[in-house]
Design a protein around this ligand. Sequence first.
Ligand code: UTP
Length: 474
Amino acid sequence: MLSAEIEPRITEAFHAHGQGQVLRHLAELAPRQRQEFLAQLAEVDLALMAKLVAELKAQGHRGDAKVDPMTLAPAPYIALGSRTADARAHGESLLREGKVAAFTVAGGQGTRLGWKGPKGTYPATVVTGKPLFRVFAEQIAAAEKRYGCAIPWYIMTSPLNDADTHAFFRDNNWFGRNPSDTFLFPQGTMPSITFEGKLMLEHPSALAVNPDGHGGAIRALHHSGALQDMLARGIAHLSYFQVDNPLVRIVDPVFLGLHARSASSSGEMSSKMVAKRDAAEKVGVFCDVGGGKTGVVEYSDMPSQLTNAVDGQGALRFNAGSVAIHLISLSFLDRLTVGDFALPFHRAKKKVPYWCSTQGKTIDPVEPNAIKFEAFVFDALALASKSLVMETARIEEFAPIKNASGDDSPASSHQIQSNRNGAWLERLGVKVPRRPNGDVNARIEILAQTALEADDLADTDLPREIEAGAELVL
Ligand code: UTP
C-alpha cells in the first residue's frame, strides 16, 4: 500500500517529465485499481525514459547501433571439425562435479507465432508433439542421469506469462524432475512509447509495457535471487538458450570444455554460431567490434556491402550467424550485476495495444504504432575480456519456431528435426528416404532418453530401412 504522501510525488514527477497524459483516468479509478496503477507508475524510471526519448528524438527512427559498422571485421571462431577430445573430457568433469546449470529465456511475447500461451507450452516435436518445456526437461533429465549430477534449471518468464508458465509446470508435475531443481522467475518490463515519445495506457489503470528483452536476464537473475541460488549450489557455468529451439543441445561437454579452458576464451561468455544460409538470412552476426572484442551485430544494423561481402573463394566474409546459445560463467554474472548495471536498450517499432478514451476500449493496431525498448543478452559479450565462438552444424542444433508459417516455423522446424534424426540414423547404417532436395522423407523423432547425441544410438535396436512417408519414434 502506497502511503498518502507518496501519491502526489508520483503524479508530480510524471507531470514534470511531460508524461502527465497517463494520469488522465486516475480520478475515475476505484481505490484498489488506483493503488495498483500508482504502484506500477512508481516502478517507472522516468530519468531513463527521458534519456531514451531524447535519443529517439535525436536519432529519429533510424537504427540505434552502438558501433560503427564500417569498422567491423569478422570474429574468429573455432571451426567445425577442430580437435576437441580434451575439451570434451574437461566439460564432462564439470558436469559430473555438478557445476553446470541450464537457463532458458522464456519471457518473450511470441507475437509472430501467435500461440495463445507461453511459447514453451507450444507442441514442437515432429511426431508426438511434445511441448518445448517437456523437450528441454527430458533432455536435462537424461543428462543428469548420464553424468550422475543435478542440473538445476532456471527459467526466465515475464510478468505477462509467469502465472501461466507456473501452472503448466505444476500441471505437468514438473516433468518428473525434482521441483526444487526448477526455478522460475519473471523478468522486468519497460514502458512502450508513441513515436512522439509519450508513455501509453493499455487501459485506464495500466501502462502499456513489454518485457525488457532477453538482455533483461542479467538483472533479473540477480534481483530474483536465482544468482544467489546458483552460487549456493556451487554452479560455475550457465548454459543459456532460447525457448523456441527444440533442437538445442542444452548440455554440450565439448562447448563447456572449450569455454572453460581454451586459450581463446576467458571462460566468461562463449557462443555457438552456424554458417549463414545465405547473405539475406536474418540473424545477428559475430563480429570483432574493436579491440579484439567479440560482439553480435543485428542483421538490420549491418550495411549491405558488409552483409554481401565475399572472400577470394566466394564465401561470405561475415558468415558467423548467432543461434543465441551461450555459456556464461557465474563469476562474470556476479561481476556484471554489481551496482545498478543494465545492458543498453535497443528500439523496435511494434504494434502495441492502447486505450482509446473516445471509444472506451483497448485497440489492437494493425500497423506499428509504438516503440518498444529491449536489451539484448549478446551485448554482454563485449564486456567479457575474451569471448570464444564455436561453430556448430545448423542441422544438429538449430530448428527455431518463430513464425506461424514459412522460414523458422513449426513446419520448417519439423523438417529440420527429421533431417537431423535421419542423419543420425544414416551414420549407423540405416537406409533413410530422402526427397530430391535432400530433405528426409519421413517424420522421425528421437527421444532424449534414447540418445543425446548420434553415437548413443549405437546401443539402440534400429530398423534397417525406413519407408518413405513413415513416422518413427525412437
Ligand atoms: P524473440 O526475439 O524471438 O522474441 O525472442 P519473442 O518475444 O519470443 O517473439 P516475437 O518477436 O514476439 O514473435 C528470443 C528469445 O528471447 C526470449 C524469448 O522468450 C525467446 O526465447 N525473450 C525475448 C525473453 O525472454 N524476454 C524478452 O523480453 C524477449
